[in-house]
Write a new protein. Structure first.
Length: 521
C-alpha cells in the first residue's frame, strides 16, 4: 500500500534510494544495484553479475556529465510486494533540462541489504511489482536505437531518451498515404520476421511472462536464426511463432498482448511497421509497407495527423539514405533536379488511367526528357495501345521476370479469389507511387533504372497472377506478393542481379527502353 510518510518505507530502503541518486557512474552508485540488475554501458546492457565491476566503471567513466542526469526530489510512496520486495515511487529532477518526472525503483532485500533490481520512468500510476518490472525492462528492447542520440548509463536514462530524444526533421508524405492499425494481424501472422537484437532478446528472456500475462501460451518466445542467416541481417534471434505461424504474443482477436501491457509497441520492427522512412535534403519521406492491407487501401489517419507517433517510430527506424543523386548510372545530378524529376514522375503516375498505362506514359516522357530537357507529355500516350513484343523478343525479355519466380514460391497453392487486376487499380496506383516516393529503387540505381524497376515489379506481378491466380486474385495472394516485394527477397535478388554483369540488368536498366519493353510483354 502507498506510504503516507517516508518512515513507512524500510529505513534501509530509504537510504538506498537516496544513495542511488546522490552518486552517478562511480563505485558507490554501482553498489546500489542488485546482482541481477541490468546496467547500461553505452548502447548495450549487461547484468551486474556478468562482468567485473572495473569494466562497468570504465565504461561509465567515459560518459561524463551529460543529459540525462537525475537527482532525487522526494520519496513519494512505497508499494510493498512482500517483506523482501517492493516498488519505491519517487519524484526526480533532470538537471540539464530542469524537468521533473516520476520514477519507480524495484527494490529487493538480499544478504547485503536493500538493492535496486530495476528502475524506470513512470507515465501513470504505479502497477504491481511484476508489471512495473516489465515496464522498466522493456527499455532493453529499444536500447541500441535510443543510444544513437548519445551513450546511456541506465535503463532510467533510456526511458528518458525514448520520451525526449525525438527527431526534429520535416516529415514528407504523399497525400493519399494513411494508416491506422485495424487489427488485421497480417504483420504478426505471416512470414515477417520480428528480429531481436541482444537487448530485445534479453528483455524477452528476463520477463516472467506467466506473471504479467497469465493467459499467454507457454513459450518458447525466442528462436535463434538458422546457421548462416545472421550473415544477412543485424540480429541473431527472432520472436517465436506458434504452430499456426502466428506470433506467440498475438491474441486471438489479433492484438499484441505486449503492446496492450506496455501501452506501446516495444520491439523495433513492431514499432516501425508499416512505416518506411527515407532521408532527403528536404526532410524525411514517409511511406507505408503495403503488405499491411490497411496501409495498402489507404485507410486510417493521414500522416499529417500523426506527427508525434511518426517521430517516435523514426527515432528507432532504419532510414534509407543517399549522399549522391543520379539520373542514370554515372550521371549525377543535383538534388533539386532529382526532386523535380521525381515530382513529375509521381504526377504522371496519378490520375484515373490504369497503372500500366501510367507507367508507360512516365517512361515515354522520361525517354523524351533525356533527349530534350524541355520535353512535355503527349496526351495521346494515355490513349494509345501498348504494342506487344514480337515472339522472339518476348522469349528474350521474359527471362528477366522469370529470375524472380523463386522469390514467390509460397504463392503456389494459394487459394483463388474473385478479384482481377482492374478491380484493384486504385490500390496499385497507391503502391507504385509509394514505391517511387520511398526511393527504394531510385536512390541505389538512379531515376531511370528506378522507374524501369517499377515496370519490372509490374511485369513480375502480372507474371505471378498468371502463374498462381489465373482463376482470381485473393487477399492471401496480395499478402504474400507484397510481403515478398516490400519486405522479402525481391529487393536483395534485384540488387544481386543489378551487380552481376552476366544478368545484364545494370547494362539495360539505364535506358527507359528496358522498362517500355517490359510493359510490352
Amino acid at each position: 500500500m502507498p506510504l503516507d510518510s517516508p518512515d513507512s518505507m524500510p529505513a534501509g530502503a530509504q537510504d538506498l534510494v537516496r544513495a542511488h541518486f546522490e552518486t552517478r557512474y562511480d563505485a558507490r552508485h554501482l553498489a546500489t544495484y542488485a546482482p541481477e540488475a541490468f546496467v547500461v554501458l553505452g548502447d548495450r546492457a549487461v547484468r551486474r553479475d556478468e562482468v567485473p565491476d572495473a569494466e562497468i566503471l570504465a565504461a561509465w567513466g567515459a560518459l561524463g556529465d551529460r543529459e540525462p542526469s537525475f537527482s532525487l526530489k522526494a520519496l513519494v510512496a512505497w508499494h510493498p510486494a512482500d517483506a523482501d520486495t517492493g516498488v519505491a515511487e519517487v519524484a526526480i529532477h533532470e538537471t540539464h533540462t530542469g524537468e521533473d518526472a516520476r520514477a519507480a525503483l524495484g527494490l529487493t532485500l538480499g544478504p547485503d541489504g536493500w538493492r535496486v533490481a530495476w528502475a524506470g520512468l513512470l507515465d501513470g500510476p504505479v502497477r504491481p511489482y511484476a508489471e512495473s518490472r516489465f515496464d522498466a525492462l522493456s527499455e532493453l528492447a529499444g536500447l541500441k536505437a535510443m543510444a544513437i542520440g548519445g551513450p546511456l548509463g541506465s535503463l532510467l536514462e533510456a526511458g528518458w531518451a525514448r520520451r525526449h530524444w525525438l527527431p526534429k526533421q520535416r516529415l514528407l508524405a504523399l497525400p493519399e498515404t494513411a494508416f491506422s492499425c485495424m487489427g488485421t494481424g497480417s504483420c504478426c501472422s505471416h512470414e515477417l520476421t520480428i528480429g531481436l537484437d541482444d537487448g530485445a532478446r534479453r528483455f524477452v528472456e528476463a520477463v516472467d511472462w506467466q506473471a504479467v500475462l497469465p493467459s499467454l501460451p507457454e513459450g518458447p518466445y525466442v528462436e535463434a536464426l538458422p546457421a548462416g542467416a545472421t550473415a544477412l541481417v543485424s540480429f541473431s534471434h527472432k520472436l517465436a511463432r506458434d504452430e499456426r505461424g502466428r506470433c506467440r504474443f498475438l491474441s486471438e482477436d489479433n492484438r499484441c498482448t505486449i503492446h496492450g501491457l506496455a501501452g506501446r509497441a516495444v520491439f523495433k520492427p513492431c514499432h516501425v511497421f508499416p512505416m518506411r522512412f527515407a532521408w532527403s535534403p528536404d526532410g524525411i519521406c514517409v511511406t507505408t509497407n503495403h503488405m499491411c492491407p490497411t496501409a495498402r487501401r489507404g485507410l486510417g489517419a493521414p500522416m499529417a495527423a500523426q506527427e508525434a507517433g511518426l517521430r517516435a517510430r523514426l527515432a528507432v527506424a532504419d532510414v534509407l539514405k543517399a549522399d549522391k543523386y543520379f539520373l542514370r548510372p554515372g550521371e549525377q545530378v543535383p538534388w533539386e533536379t532529382f526532386r523535380t524529376l521525381e515530382g513529375q514522375l509521381l504526377e504522371l503516375l496519378s490520375g484515373d488511367a490504369p497503372i500500366k498505362q501510367k507507367l508507360w506514359v512516365a517512361l515515354r516522357w522520361l525517354s523524351e526528357r533525356l533527349k530534350d530537357p524541355q520535353a512535355g507529355v503527349d496526351p495521346a500516350w494515355y490513349d494509345e495501345a501498348i504494342p506487344k513484343q514480337g515472339f522472339v523478343q518476348r522469349l528474350a525479355l521474359k527471362r528477366f521476370g522469370a529470375v524472380f519466380d523463386p522469390c514467390f514460391k509460397d504463392l503456389k497453392g494459394v487459394e483463388p479469389g474473385e478479384a482481377s487486376l482492374p478491380d484493384v487499380e486504385a490500390e496499385l496506383t497507391r503502391f507504385f507511387r509509394s514505391l517511387l516516393f520511398s526511393k527504394v529503387t531510385t536512390y541505389p540505381y538512379g531515376l531511370v533504372a528506378g522507374l524501369n524497376y517499377l515496370a519490372l515489379v509490374h511485369h513480375v506481378m502480372e507474371r505471378q497472377v498468371d502463374r498462381h491466380a489465373a482463376k482470381g486474385i485473393s487477399e492471401a495472394f496480395w499478402r504474400e506478393f507484397y510481403a515478398v516485394v516490400t519486405s522479402g527477397t525481391f529487393w536483395p535478388m534485384l540488387g544481386a542481379c543489378h551487380q552481376t554483369p552476366s544478368t545484364m540488368f545494370a547494362r539495360v536498366a539505364g535506358s527507359p527502353t528496358f522498362g517500355l519493353n517490359l510493359l510490352r510483354l
